[in-house]
Write a protein that binds this ligand. Structure first.
Ligand code: ATP
Ligand code: MG
Length: 286
């Protein structure tokens, strides 16, 4: 519906002007979008929950140091796709994957892949902040410890560095040994991001990371993504069209398990090739 409102992740309605308005708020195109090398290359990816097929032959390149947004109606396979990129779906019994996912040219579904290392390299942040029932410090130190770092001085450095990168340090530095449950939801989400950053991922997968947050916390996470993008590849799933337009360089539109269209965000939001992409972006369905 043209001239409607879009509801952002914080549930706040924001006006959308007539026409292809999302283009007006879209982030400017990077000068050389196609020059970014592919960090992840997905080819003909299909996915099954028992007999039910959830993804159909999807092909996409996830460039390094670039933000890729995935949009599409509920149940169209966005989370399934995201979880396929670090084999989180493997933990669900009865699932099956077909096709190829290359990380720096190496098949993550190949026999030599170590899933612990894969998930360190390809980290994930979920919709609801899910800190461990531990202190703020221990949440961040957990990953490096699991990966063998035992030196207290080094862990202190990693905790501070990760909390700074997640733009949380100043707010928690005087209470690092407080329970992670005693900070706000927005702070918990940044803590979860710090926990992932502590193991130096090369790719960050974010599944609706702001949907439980207020506009101010959403803004902080988006700023953080732009900062992180200088070093790593980010893939974000969002139902918030304005967020996709604001933060991403490339947008992929999923419909019924199929990546219908992928392209530069500005083009997807202003002149999509497929009528269904346009209808979805303009709120006609989904
Ligand atoms: N653990 C599961 N077991 C069986 N089917 C599942 C499971 N998780 C998802 N599905 C099915 O796979 C399809 C895709 O679901 P998925 O969660 O990937 O969609 P989505 O695009 O992330 O939706 P949303 O926007 O609501 O989060 C849906 O039909 C869903 O019912
Ligand atoms: Mg989902």
């Amino acid at each position: 519906m043209i001239g409607s409102t879009l509801v952002n992740d914080a549930g706040t309605a924001a006006p959308v002007a007539e026409g292809n308005s999302a283009a007006a708020i879209a982030k400017p195109e990077p000068s050389q979008p196609s020059s970014a090398p592919a960090k992840i290359r997905v080819t003909n990816l299909s996915f099954f929950y028992d007999e039910v097929q959830a993804l159909f032959n999807n092909t996409i390149e996830i460039p390094d140091r670039h933000i890729t947004a995935l949009i599409g109606p509920s149940g169209c396979g966005k989370s399934t796709f995201l979880r396929a990129l670090n084999r989180m779906n493997d933990e669900i019994p009865g699932t099956r994957v077909q096709g190829e996912v290359l990380l720096d040219g190496v098949d993550i579904y190949g026999p030599t892949c170590d899933k612990v290392i894969l998930r360190r390299r390809v980290g994930m942040v979920f919709q609801r902040p899910n800190p461990f029932p531990k202190s703020i410090y221990e949440n961040v130190a957990y990953g490096p410890r699991v990966h063998g770092e035992g030196r207290k001085s080094r862990l202190d450095e990693i905790v501070e560095h990760s909390l700074r990168r997640a733009a949380l340090w100043d707010e928690v530095k005087d209470g690092l040994h407080k329970s992670a449950f005693d900070i706000s939801g927005g702070q918990q989400q940044r803590l979860c991001i710090a926990r992932v950053l502590a193991v130096e991922p090369e790719v960050l997968l974010m599944d609706e990371p702001c949907s439980a947050l207020d506009p101010a916390s959403t803004f902080r996470i988006e700023e953080l993504m732009r900062e992180l993008q200088k070093d790593i590849a980010i893939v974000i799933v969002t139902h918030n069209m304005q967020q996709a337009a604001r933060v991403s360089d490339t947008t992929g539109f999923f419909l019924k398990g199929e990546l219908l269209e992928v392209g530069p965000t500005l083009r997807i939001f202003s002149k999509p090739d497929d009528k269904r992409t346009e209808d979805y972006i303009q709120g006609r369905f989904g």
